[in-house]
Every structure is written in C-alpha cells, then in structure tokens.
Write a protein that binds this ligand. Structure first.
Ligand code: ZN
Length: 480
C-alpha cells in the first residue's frame, strides 16, 4: 500500500477512535482479530503498517466499512492536532533544532496540544516567509550581479525558450504585438484580463486555478509595459518557478522573468541582426535599437548589455542613476569602477559628479543622448546618456564602453570630455578648500531621511506583496 507515516498515523487514530467508541480494550479487539494487544497498539500509534487482511478483520470486528478506516480525515479535532504535531516533529525544520519530540499522551490537555501545534505552524510560516533584512537583500543583489557579470549578462537557455515560444505563437519579425502576447498566453492555457483594482503591492496576479493573468489597464495605449508584464507573468510558468523561499531566490526569479520578457520584446536573432548592421555602419545607438523594437530606453539599454559582449564582442557598462546622483541599477564587465560600499553593494551609492550619468541632468536640451568621454583611474570610457522622468523624479540611463570600442557608436566624435578620479575624495566629494574654509563653522543643515533606507523590506509569501490584498482580489474576481 506504500503509505506515508502521516497516513499511518491517521489510520491508527481512526482505528483507536472506533475501538474506544465501542468500549473495547486493545486486548479485546486483538483477540477478535487474532493479534496481540501490543501489536495492535503499534498499529494505532502509526508505527506499524497492517496487512490488508488484518485491516479487513479489524473493520468487520468494529462493524465499520474498510473505507471508514482508510479515510484520510482525522476522526476528531483532537486526533487532527495529534497527527499534525507528529508531522511537524518529523519535519527537517524541527529535527534540525535537536529538540525532543513530545508524545501527545492522554494526560496532555487540548490547550497544551493546540499551543504546541500553533507554535509549530508559526515556525513553519516564518521559515517559508520570504523575509529579508536590508543586509541580506544587498548581499543577495551583489552576488547575483557578480554571477551575471561572469556570464556577460547573457542567459542562452532563456534566449532559446523565448525564441521557441515566439515561433510557436507565429511571430515572424518586427516589434511584438499585444495580439501575439495574447496568443502566447493562450498556448499556456492562460487568459489576459485587464482590471482596475489590482492590489497596490502587485504588478500582476496570476490565478492558477482559473488560468488567468490579471494586469492593470493600459495607461498608455500600445505602451510596452503591458506586454512586458504579461510576458513576465507567463515566464514564471514557463520557467517552472516555485514559491521563492529566500530573498536570493526571489531576485533570481525576478531577473529571469525580466530576461524572458526582454528576449520576447527584442528577440535575439532580429536584435543581433539589427545591432550587427549598425556596428558595421559605425552607427550603433541605443535610441535606434529602442525605436526599432518599440520599447523603453532602459529596456533597450539593458537588452544591449545581454547581447553586446556575446554577439558584438564588446565589454560595456549600464547605469541607471537617480537625480540625486545615486545608482539605482548598474552593470559592468568593462572594468568601470562603480561606487560600492564595503560589502560590494552598488545600489544607492553616489556616482561621480563628472560622469555623464550625472552631468546629463545639467543640460538644457535633453532631446538627444549626451555623448561624453570620461577619463577614470581604470582608463577612458565613452558614454551615451539619456534622461527621463517618472513620478519619483528624474533619472538617467547610460550605456558606455571602453575608449577603443567607441568607434562603433554614433556620437564618437563628441568633444565633451571629463576627468574623474573617484573614488579619490578630492575628485568631487570633498568641497573646494576655499569654500570649506569660509563655511565650515557657519553651515548648519538638517538632513532629510531617505525613506527607502529605513522602510522594511517586503515580507509575505511573495516578497513585496501583501497576501491579504492578493487573496481578497482573487476572491472578488473568481467565479466560484
Ligand atoms: Zn568624482
């Protein structure tokens, strides 16, 4: 019959339940089924698996059907707690602690049993909750960035998967349409539904029971955001993601779904054709790549980092910098000295004031990319930077390459040049000595706390998402 210990435990409890209800002792019942009371006790305690013939004999002695004994339900609430306690105590989570197992004897009160089981449930919940301290989150981020740097930001398995799904959906060339994205979803047994009341903490919610992906309504008709979100939601499925049990796992999954969406929106073969031709023409420009595939400047720049080293033989870097000068996202495999803290984390670090990623904010005409050569302690780099605005403020997107690669890019003839000696503090962090002398004892600023530094990192079954909101939302929308 091959039963698990939990099944055996339930079976034992059910036999005991019917036996005591009939006022029989172990020996009484044992005699009727030709088994020693001690053997019957082992069966009732879930420690021995009875033969089918024995079970049949027990059932007829107790006057119940065999299926009554074999039911998977605990015979009463007390037994349910006892079964659950046994299951928890056998879990690796508990045995790892090296604590003794408690046997729920008759003398143990229902309250004591309920309290023990409650503690076990809480232990289980805490262990599976994807909680991350800020330190843990930063460490996980740094590790992932280093892994991707070793891979030149390129994931061939996901490239292949995306090409295969696109082909299956009939996509031939050019920008990916909403229609094709819907077909891709259909082929996975999923329907895309646009709603106005998504939980605030979720970008999309997938209802696995009813095969639906809920997305926000398009704020900009035809914008690339929706296609991307739908593709990301599908990617969880296609990549066989399971519930993330750590922040690192959560980050890895997020990277993979973003990567998949980017591969679909800018498919490898077409993108490499486009970029290779531009390179031959010495006219590479992220803005052209962006426009050819109908995506955001940031999406195009990031996609360029996936393909440039592998297919164009070009190391490079990518920066997303906020108007306060802090690095929101960064990648390099060209040796650009990114600002980092002692743990190697770069997020939130202030980039050099001399870099185009920051000087671009000072330009009055921002319709085109800013091209700039920057001398750094690691050599000279050429950069193209584009600025943009969100409700959270301005940001800049930069893609840059070492000097000897600039020749492939539009804007290589720029005469804008800067010298950066960061992390040397005299580069741009330390104020000029005359100003410092004048103001050192006269200035008394009051610091603004950065909310995001103190805000707790996401918790819940899915990091950053409020379970309550999500379940409530699904209740509202499901038919049953
Ligand atoms: Zn500097």
């Amino acid at each position: 019959m091959n039963r698990t210990s939990s099944d055996l435990s339930t079976l034992g409890h059910r036999i005991r339940h019917f036996r005591t209800a009939r006022g029989l002792t172990l020996d009484d019942l044992g005699e009727q089924v030709e088994l020693a009371g001690s053997q019957l006790s082992l069966i009732e305690n879930g420690k021995r698996e009875p033969k089918l013939s024995t079970l049949q004999a027990i059932a007829s002695a107790l006057g119940v059907a065999l299926t009554d004994l074999l039911s998977e339900e605990a015979p009463n609430p007390r037994a349910a707690l006892e079964i659950e306690l046994r299951r928890h105590q056998q879990s690796p989570l508990y045995t790892e602690l090296g604590l003794p197992s408690v046997k729920p004897t008759k003398g143990m009160s229902d309250d004591a049993l309920a309290a023990l089981v409650g503690l076990h449930r809480e232990l289980q919940r805490k262990a599976t909750e994807a909680i991350a301290t800020p330190e843990e989150a930063r460490r996980a981020n740094t590790e992932l960035r280093e892994i991707m740097r070793e891979r030149d930001n390129y994931l061939p398995e996901i490239e292949d998967l995306a090409e295969e799904r696109l082909k299956a959906a009939g996509h031939v060339r050019g920008a990916l349409t909403h229609r094709t994205v819907s077909i891709m979803a259909e082929q996975l047994g999923l329907e895309l539904i646009y709603v106005n009341d998504l939980p605030h903490s979720a970008r999309s919610v997938t209802d696995l029971a009813n095969g639906r992906i809920y997305l926000p309504p398009a704020s900009i008709p035809g914008g690339h955001g929706l296609r991307s979100m739908a593709l990301q939601a599908m990617a969880h499925r296609l990549l066989d993601h399971t519930r993330p049990t750590s922040y690192a796992a959560f980050l890895q999954q997020r990277l993979e779904i973003n990567y998949f969406a980017a591969c679909c929106l800018m498919p490898q073969a077409a993108a490499v054709d486009f970029l290779s031709q531009a390179k031959r023409d010495r006219n590479l420009a992220v803005e052209d790549f962006r426009d050819a595939f109908g995506v955001t400047h940031e999406a195009a720049a990031l996609r360029f980092t996936n393909l440039a080293t592998k297919h164009l033989d070009m190391p490079l870097h990518f920066l997303r910098v906020s108007e306060d000068g802090s690095l929101a996202k960064g990648y390099e495999n060209d040796g650009l000295p990114l600002p980092m803290d002692v743990t190697g984390a770069i997020e939130g670090q202030i980039v050099c004031r001399k870099w185009s990623a920051r000087s671009a904010f000072e330009r009055t005409n921002r319709t085109t990319e800013l091209y700039q050569y920057t001398d750094t302690p690691a050599g000279t780099y050429w950069n193209a930077t584009q600025t943009g605005t969100t409700s959270a403020g301005e940001f800049s997107i930069s893609v840059g390459v070492p000097f000897n690669q600039a020749k492939w890019f539009r804007g290589r003839e720029t005469t804008t040049r800067a010298v950066s000696t960061c992390p040397d503090p005299s580069c741009c962090r330390r104020p000029p000595s005359d100003l410092a002398d004048r103001w050192r004892d006269q200035a008394w600023p009051s610091a603004r706390l950065h909310a995001h530094i103190l805000s707790p990192l996401p918790s819940g079954t899915f990091p950053g998402v409020d379970d309550n909101e999500v379940y409530d939302f699904l209740e509202r929308h499901s038919d049953g």
